[in-house]
Design a protein around this ligand. Structure first.
Ligand code: PMT
Length: 219
């Protein structure tokens, strides 16, 4: 059923992984198809929200009616997110941002030889942490945590460190959850310590369930 319960609300969603260049033809990056983030953008749009979707490279078509900003690297994602943060009522960060980038990106294609190739990786900015520091009263910040172990412990640490209102803990070691699947299995952690376990469902259904909860936090 269509409920226009997000009219007048501005939502900033990030999706997909970032690509960090090594040279003009190679990159390192995180596994993420964009399905989770695009589903959230689409659901919010259907409910009447004004949606800005900042996305790393993805094979998906942006949902109709959303403002789409395509980026490649974490640095570009950061710039796009910061540009639109102040106008957003809520930010949902489903993107898989690369934590590291290559220090000396080569202008030319690196020619292979018989030696090893060593890349030095330096830390990327943590976009969500910066948002948590800049967040003003009334703005809602939702993060994801993709983990292969200690899911709840690591997710709780990220919720606190990044000053989030809710974190979606995603066990990416399961076959039916995480990267590139059409379904997902998550646990939701809140600031007051509450933990909610959701059953397996499609990413589209989960998107609506997440929005229901975010709206409850805010309104
Ligand atoms: O796109 P799909 O194929 O559908 O897959 C969906 C998903 C598994 C990618 C998604 O559900 C998910 O879990 N996204 C978060 C992936 C991730 O990178 O998590 P993380 O634990 O590394 O990061 C925690 C949070 O901080 C995330 O909200 C992330 O967007 C944010 N972050 C991380 C690093 C960084 N430098 N800046 C950030 O903002």
């Amino acid at each position: 059923a269509f409920a226009a319960d997000m009219l007048g609300i501005k939502v900033l969603v990030t999706a997909a992984g970032t690509y960090e260049p090594i040279d003009p033809v190679r990159y390192i990056g995180n596994r993420s198809s964009g399905k989770m983030g695009y589903a959230i953008a689409e659901a919010a749009k259907k409910r009447g929200a004004e949606v800005i979707l900042v996305s790393g490279p993805s094979a998906l078509t942006p949902p109709d009616g959303v403002e789409f900003i395509g980026v490649e690297s974490a640095a570009e994602m950061r710039d796009a997110v910061m540009e639109h943060f102040s106008e957003a009522d809520m930010v949902i960060k489903a993107a898989a941002v690369a934590d590291y980038r290559v220090r000396n990106v080569s202008d030319q294609k690196i020619k292979k030889n018989d030696e090893e190739l060593n890349l030095v990786l330096e830390k990327n900015p943590d976009i969500l942490k910066e948002l948590g520091e800049k967040k003003r009263a009334g703005q809602i910040l939702v993060g994801f945590a993709a983990e292969t172990q200690n899911l709840l412990e690591y997710a709780k640490a990220k919720l606190e460190k990044k000053n989030l209102d809710m974190i979606v803990a995603n066990d990416v070691s399961r076959k039916d959850a995480g990267f590139n699947t059409d379904t997902n299995v998550v646990k939701l952690l809140y600031r007051n310590g509450a933990i909610e376990e959701l059953p397996i469902m499609t990413k589209h259904k989960l998107a609506d369930e997440l929005l229901n909860r975010v709206l409850k936090i805010k309104y």
